[in-house]
Design a protein around this ligand. Structure first.
Ligand code: GLP
Length: 241
């Protein structure tokens, strides 16, 4: 796992956009995409490029259970707002948060991933080391499923909602093994609130208690950080570009 540290989140996002460009022009067809405030700058940069995603497929990591795509807090709404309104993809998949038949929804989604193996997976990270909505304790061999969110995650995501009561308590999420099946994984983390999770992810033991730590075992994974998120790492752990 290579770690790159930049002066700020803009430079870091620019580097991530370069990776997207490089992989798209080399024939990458399937992108695994993430939501959250972390990839917003990256998506903005991508919408301002001349890159053509019309032959590419996007598969999103997760969606809140119970939220319709036109709900402003849904991840479907987020993706349209920050990326798809500016860049048209050939195909776009995101779990249907309104499907109450979890077995049907998750097996459909696993089929989509199986039929469209992910070339480049973009990830953010939660303060407790989750990615997607793979909360601590998520089995390392997990596939898409309906998960219960931890109170820590509900609290962290509360800022996007009017009140804590409006934050969904469950979500559909690609599993740990679904993500690990991607050919290449690029994780982004910005800000001091992510520094502890980054330290545990990059330097701690590989454990289901810190789901992102499994990235250490992926043959082609990188972490892109700003200075604040890298504050608990030793300078010998990373490269600065
Ligand atoms: C949510 C999402 C994750 C995201 C995390 C951090 O839990 N399911 O995919 O990485 O939030 O979000 P942010 O980038 O806003 O800190």
């Amino acid at each position: 796992m290579d770690i790159y540290v930049f002066n700020n989140d803009y430079e870091a996002s620019q580097y991530a956009a370069d990776i997207v460009r490089e992989t798209l022009v080399s024939g990458t067809e399937v992108f695994g995409l993430a939501t959250g405030s972390t990839p917003e700058k990256l998506y903005k940069i991508l919408t301002e490029t001349d890159l053509d995603f019309s032959q590419a497929t996007a598969i999103n990591l997760d969606e809140y259970y119970g939220l319709a795509p036109d709900n402003e807090q849904s991840y479907a709404y987020f993706m349209h707002k920050y990326l798809f309104s500016g860049k048209k993809f050939g195909n776009f998949y995101i779990p249907n948060g309104l499907n109450t038949n979890a077995e049907e929804e998750t097996s459909n989604y696993d089929n989509i991933i199986e039929n469209n193996p992910i070339d480049l997976q973009l990830l953010g990270i939660g303060v407790n080391g989750h990615f997607g909505f793979n909360e601590p304790g998520s089995p390392l061999d997990s596939k898409t499923r309906l998960v219960d969110l931890t109170s820590e995650t509900i609290q962290a995501n509360r800022r996007f909602f009017n009140s804590i009561d409006e934050v969904p308590t469950q979500a559909y999420s690609m599993g740990v093994s679904s993500v690990m099946g991607a050919k290449r994984i690029v994780m982004l983390a910005f800000g001091e609130q992510k520094a502890k999770a980054v330290q545990m992810t990059a330097k701690g033991p590989v454990t289901a208690e810190v789901p992102a730590s499994i990235l250490q075992t992926h043959s082609n994974s990188i972490i892109i950080l700003d200075q604040a998120a890298a504050q608990f790492l030793d300078p010998s752990d990373y490269q600065t570009l």
